[in-house]
Design a protein around this ligand. Structure first.
Ligand SMILES: [Zn+2]
Length: 457
């Protein structure tokens, strides 16, 4: 089967795709504020003939674009939010372009654009082959706070799909089979009574309540399942030592591998918070920020993507790109122990016998509990690159990231082309999906009364 037309359709648009990704690198927007990114991607989709809607599900920065008709309905999951504090220039030492500014430290400028590239490739294939099928591009806001896709799912998204495909920039070219943790996110606000900290005895410290809650939470750690995690940061902790704080808040993430484990652990944490309020004579208010399911890759789709990978054009890097990657590798502590053989990964890793368990989360997990899904990764960073670092922001703005992005988009489209030609694949993916669900059904972890955050303009 000749799939060159798919590769050509993407590479014809190379300049424009690169320019969209670089605009998002230059103008990073954090979760729920992706107004420009939504604009650039939706304009391009419209220009390439897709039927485009934006602002669905009560989310102004979401996109839904489609082309084609009938089944299979292949969904593509785009993300485009940046991370706070990870601004970075093209220097190979830590050098924020904007002090404390946001940056593409997870490469979502590449992710959003690779997904656009995939949509272009699949449309070209549907046009040329004449096969029935629909490609749906979902522009998903706010992955970095792990609530964008759950809010979209709450609004009815994704159920129309037969398959959901996603790509993410990686330090390796890889199809990873496994599972990542889901989570709940909530801010615990305590309200007490202020007083002179030294001269009066009638105060009730909200900060004491936060500290006692944290102690209780830390004592939970011995009694959680090994793949559970609890993390917290102080949001508000008083203004001066000589004033008893009447307001204090702490923001928690509770992670575990399965939704039922998250719900159970979160319930125990809420009890700890209630206990802290009781001990300190303060009031507790819980602001539930959201939650997501664990990720769950589909073996049928993993095998498929491993099979089509050899058709993806080989990466070729310039001397300058290799030198940049080498310098970035040397900037991380792992360099001494790992001693990488090449600055950017050029091989391919798929270990079908290995099922990896990672406590990290992605809200792609919600979609992967509604329809069978798979996320693949191409090298878009230096080989020792880690997401959520300034080194990754750097790569998201140069040829290393852009090349990985185009290869990722092509790879997604090549996998989709196989799905369009083999109805059995969808059937098999669903059989595996149902087995993996093990009786679980998707219920959005965010209650109906939690409002969708709106862009801060
Ligand atoms: Zn990411």
């Amino acid at each position: 089967m000749d799939y060159q037309h798919i590769i050509d359709a993407v590479m014809d648009k190379k300049e424009e795709l690169n320019s969209i990704a670089l605009k998002m690198y230059e103008h990073p927007e954090t979760a729920y504020n992706e107004v420009m990114a939504k604009g650039w991607l939706s304009e391009a989709l419209l220009k390439y003939g897709f039927k485009v809607e934006t602002g669905l599900y009560g989310m102004p920065t979401s996109i839904r674009a489609e082309w084609g008709s009938g089944h299979p309905v292949i969904g593509l999951l785009a993300e485009y939010d940046a991370l706070p504090g990870l601004s970075q220039t093209q220097n190979t030492y830590k050098d924020p372009a904007v002090k404390d500014g946001p940056g593409q430290g997870c490469g979502h400028n590449l992710l959003g654009t690779a997904t656009l590239a995939a949509a272009i490739g699949i449309k070209a294939d549907l046009e040329k082959s004449g096969f029935p099928g629909t490609v749906v591009f979902y522009g998903c806001p706010a992955e970095e706070v792990l609530t964008g896709k759950p809010f979209m799912a709450r609004g009815g998204a994704f159920r129309e799909l037969d398959i959901a495909l996603a790509w993410h920039g990686n330090s390796k070219n890889t199809v990873e089979l496994g599972m990542g943790g889901g989570l709940n996110s909530a801010v615990f606000h305590f309200r007490g009574k202020t007083a002179h900290a030294s001269a009066a005895w009638n105060g009730r410290s909200a900060l004491d309540a936060v500290e006692l809650m944290n102690i209780g939470a830390n004592y939970l750690r011995e009694h959680m399942t090994p793949n559970s995690r609890i993390h917290y940061v102080y949001k508000e902790a008083g203004v001066a030592p000589n004033i008893v704080p009447d307001r204090a808040s702490v923001w928690y993430y509770v992670r575990s591998l399965k939704r039922r484990d998250i719900d159970e652990l979160y319930g125990r944490l809420v009890d700890v918070a209630k206990g802290a309020a009781l001990m300190t004579g303060t009031e507790l208010e819980i602001e539930f920020m959201g939650g997501c399911y664990n990720t769950m890759s589909n073996k049928v789709l993993a095998d498929l993507f491993a099979e089509v990978y050899p058709m993806v054009p080989k990466p070729e890097y310039t001397k300058e790109e290799l030198e940049t990657a080498d310098a970035l590798n040397r900037s991380v502590a792992a360099f001494e122990t790992e001693k990488p053989e090449e600055p950017i990964h050029t091989g391919f890793i798929y270990e079908p016998e290995k099922y990896s368990i990672s406590p990290g989360s992605s809200d792609v997990g919600d979609v992967q509990h509604i329809v069978p899904g798979m996320m693949i990764g191409t090298a878009s960073q230096n080989i020792l690159g880690v997401n959520h670092t300034w080194q990754t922001t750097c790569c998201a703005g140069n040829g290393i990231g852009l090349k990985g992005m185009l290869r990722g988009g092509i790879w997604m489209a090549l996998g989709a082309a196989r799905i369009l030609r083999d109805n059995e694949l969808v059937k098999k993916a669903w059989e595996t999906f149902k087995k993996d669900l093990d009786g679980e059904t998707y219920e959005c972890p965010i209650p109906d009364d939690v409002p969708v955050p709106q862009p801060k303009l």
